[in-house]
Design a protein around this ligand. Structure first.
Ligand code: ZN
Length: 430
């Protein structure tokens, strides 16, 4: 008996950061590669036939020309918005009031929260996403629901109870004290349990009083091993509102900074309309930004400066922002990041796009030592991409000069049909 599995196919490996050096030096594809899995971890990566000769007892799965990638990591989502994805015609504040808050209210029913958590993870796993960092609702059980559903599936997950104590409807507000108490109880229960990590989660400055922000900043100071996730400078009218609500603040980021909510393990979603001081402070603290391109075009927010911000060395993750984003698919999200790059005159290469969706997002979540790349000792979360998944893609792939051209066609035109298999912690998922 052996518990070794050997996957043969094309394999993707990273030796550097393709956002800061030439992508050719940082990302490689071995078209005759192999990944050996043992006890849920990657035991070896290398030439496929050599691995087969060295490990004759391993059970072999042949993927042919398919590309074995690290599982996709979605660095910013709202699982409670699964059922309202693709809702028409609003900008941020109206969109929250018209679609998001009524749906998040429905998750006051624990059974419904369980149902949506399971649906979200099943849908995203089918799209090749093996880890997500999710906002929940203000209800404590909404975080339990996602952590439990992820544990059942053996999935690595980052999540936090969303905190809001103003500018939200009745039934969707907590208080400074209850946000602190509930978040703390959830940290004690889930942070570091199995594959779960906790992110302290104030939704954004407009829905938290200074007291609540300070309470959560205090909690983060007590538990600096947790992540902290929130939103920053998504739309210009949102920024104007923040200025009204916090007249003393130097800028939007300062509303977090002044309350202990700026730090290296901080994740700031969107970050489109940044002031020079904000960029300097984010750079100085080592905090990460999260780019949500389908959301930014769908809600009409603006064009993230990927090239400028990554050139400064700021860590950037890639994310769907379900359901402000218009897709569960990280392939579609990579395509949108390419399109946003084009509109800014800085197109991203396929190697950069796939790196952002795996290693880049893992880095932003401080999980690079566990997920996001195919290296010995990493947790075996893998997504296998069929690079000819539809007739339209197959005819383009047949005309490709190299595997990068094929991969780019799948990034631009692929969906869940391109996901040949997904492995979670060394187990193939249905
Ligand atoms: Zn969001």
């Amino acid at each position: 008996m052996t518990n070794q599995r050997l996957l043969l196919g094309a394999t993707l490996s990273y030796s550097g950061n393709p956002m800061q050096s030439a992508w050719e030096d940082a990302v490689k594809i071995d078209t005759e590669g192999g990944v050996l899995i043992e006890d849920g971890r990657i035991a070896a990566v290398g030439n496929g036939e050599r691995l087969r000769a060295d490990h004759p007892q391993a059970e072999v799965t042949r993927y042919g020309e398919a590309l074995i990638c690290p599982g996709f990591v979605d660095a910013h989502v709202h699982y409670p918005q699964t059922a309202i994805i693709a809702s028409w015609g609003k900008r941020l504040i109206d969109w929250l009031n018209a679609y998001t808050f009524p749906e998040e209210m429905r998750l006051s029913d624990p059974e419904y929260a369980d149902q949506i958590a399971a649906r979200y993870l099943d849908l995203t796993l089918a799209h090749g996403t093996t880890t997500a960092a999710s906002y929940c609702t203000i209800h404590r059980h909404s975080a339990d629901a996602l952590f439990e559903a992820a544990a059942q599936r053996g999935q690595r997950i980052v999540a936090g109870k969303t905190c809001m104590d103003r500018n939200a409807p009745d039934g969707l507000r907590d208080t400074a004290q209850s946000a602190y108490d509930d978040s703390k109880a959830l940290i004690d229960k889930w942070h570091g349990t199995g594959r779960a990590s906790y992110a302290i989660t104030p939704r954004f400055s407009p829905t938290s009083t200074p007291d609540q922000l300070a309470a959560l900043g205090g909690l983060w100071a007590e538990r600096p091993d947790c992540l902290m996730q929130t939103h920053l400078s998504e739309q210009t009218d949102e920024i104007a509102w923040v200025k009204e609500l916090f007249p003393q603040a130097r800028d939007y980021l300062d509303t977090y900074e002044a309350h202990g909510l700026l730090g290296e393990r901080g994740l700031y979603g969107h970050a489109i309309h940044l002031e020079p001081r904000e960029i300097d402070r984010i750079h100085a603290t080592g905090a990460a930004l999260v780019h949500c391109p389908t959301s930014n075009t769908f809600i009409g927010s603006g064009l993230f400066d990927m090239a400028g911000l990554t050139a400064r060395g700021i860590p950037v993750g890639l994310a769907t922002d379900t359901g402000g984003g218009s897709s569960f698919s990280m392939l579609r999200t990579m395509a949108a990041a390419y399109e946003v790059g084009q509109l800014r005159g800085t197109p991203l290469h396929a190697a950069q796009l796939i790196w952002l969706a795996t290693a880049g997002s893992a880095r932003s979540l401080h999980l690079s030592d566990k997920i996001g790349s195919l290296n010995k000792g990493m947790e075996a979360d893998l997504t296998v991409l069929n690079l000819s998944s539809t007739a339209a893609i197959a005819q383009r792939a047949a005309n490709a000069n190299d595997i990068w051209e094929s991969l780019f066609a799948t990034i631009m035109m692929g969906d869940d049909r391109a996901i040949a298999d997904v492995w979670v912690n060394g187990t193939k998922r249905p």
